[in-house]
Design a binder for this molecule. Sequence first.
Ligand code: HEC
Length: 116
Amino acid sequence: MPSLPRIIVLVSTAHLLLGCTSGASNVDCKQVTVPKYAEMTAWAKCTSCHSTALTGAGRVGAPGDINFDNYDSAVADADLARSEVESGSMPPAGSPKLSSAEHDQIVNWASCDTPQ
Ligand code: HEC
């Protein structure tokens, strides 16, 4: 019979393998509501800086290649968006905060196959 520490290692390894493949948060995609990109209100709190329509000072320092105003750009940075939102780094201090529903939109969308 395996020792207790060995069982703990096995259980936590299984947990890692079964969990969400792409990141920190363990979102059970069968249990949560996963919004489509087009129906997400959360992006409005990102696109005041992260929009392909903005250049120069209008971007308020947001990196030129990180945009959320169109589906393909948002998908390209979905994992990064989720981690910034989960850590509370984005939106930055002084900008309108995400409601908890908007926070969940981004986390669930990014974690569960970024539906269009
Ligand atoms: C007021 C302008 C502003 C708003 C609003 C804003 N950002 Fe940013 N964002 C920035 C700036 C400036 C940076 C670069 C500096 C930094 O990473 O802190 C940045 C960087 C990022 C990065 C790159 C981080 C990295 O490590 O490379 C991501 C991803 C991001 N933002 C996502 C978001 C998301 C998602 C939202 C909306 C929930 C959002 N941002 C809202 C200004 C903004």
